[in-house]
Design a protein around this ligand. Sequence first.
Ligand SMILES: *Cc1c(COP(=O)(O)O)cnc(C)c1O
Length: 369
Amino acid sequence: MTTLVWDYSREYESERKDILDAVETVFSSGRLVLGPSVSSFEAEFAGYHGVSHCVGVDNGTNAIRLALQAVGVGAGDEVITVSNTAAPTVLAIDAAGATPVFVDVHPDTYLMDVDQVVAAITPRTKCLLPVHLYGQCVDMAPLRAIADEHGLVLLEDCAQAHGALHHGKIAGSMGAAAAFSFYPTKVLGAYGDGGATITNDPTIDANLRRHRYYGMEKTYYVVETPGHNCRLDEVQAEILRRKLGRLDQYVAGRQAIAARYVEGLADTDLVLPVTAPGNTHVYYVYVVRHPRRDDIMEALKAYDIQLNISYPWPVHTMTGFAHLGYEKGSLPVTERLAGEIFSLPMYPSLPEETQQHVITSLREVLAAL
Ligand SMILES: *Cc1c(COP(=O)(O)O)cnc(C)c1O
């Protein structure tokens, strides 16, 4: 069987009864949209993060877009983020009508280089959107200081960082609002699409709720500012409730796999993930780096191992964002990484023998380079 970066079949095997029971619970409840499962999940997910509000939405992209809109980001505003991210981070900024502005990433952690943020601020800058990429948090204290000094809103893209800690604080509790994705591969994944935005601010919460429900306060109510329909599905919410109870277990499973990679690969010339001081890493993806990346990935196919790159094209180099005017070479660390990074299989139910096969094969490939 081909070894892949992610596979949910073993997890489903072990959780099948609970997942199917969640589906049955919703189908027999008499409430199929915005019912008790969504509201319970919202309360539980907020509670997990120690914040007062959570609004369930249909995916992570909309969780970011609604967060931006709920804090008042719109046309004419600039949002500072990174190009080394999943395109949806940037698509959400675009969908909110704002303009993304990119800073480069740190060469060790591949996360937003916070030292470059001040130079990127203009009179139009409204918001900072750090991405807690791969499973660990951006250095938040300096960003908080910059946001306060320049009157900017600080948001968090937590789509890859469920449960990650930063100097004891949990990802999603450090900005005005934080967006999560529950895409199936994520650290907390649904059996389909899902997302949520969390906040401590009741006004932001009210804005989020209106934006996800056509712009209405309640059913058949007046629309003052047109919104959208981006509700979290009741079935996915019930599944997520069950899985939220196992989130710490999933994280521990990922960390154990990461420890085995270190044990098996630390003496090779692969660059393994670096955890920044004060962070716990939840390893949404296990990103390694090597200048001969393409040769390594090609050679691994002979071992029936198919790996991924997160991400092969920095967002600023995509044709869809050519209008932003970033030249090749404008974000040198991001661009160099895109040619050297690749991801090893990482999911809590990854069998130990499969991981061992990956480690052994990689060692053979590296030795033969
Ligand atoms: C997955 C992801 C998103 C988008 O989430 P969807 O649920 O796929 O819309 C946004 N930002 C980051 C960093 C992601 O990894």
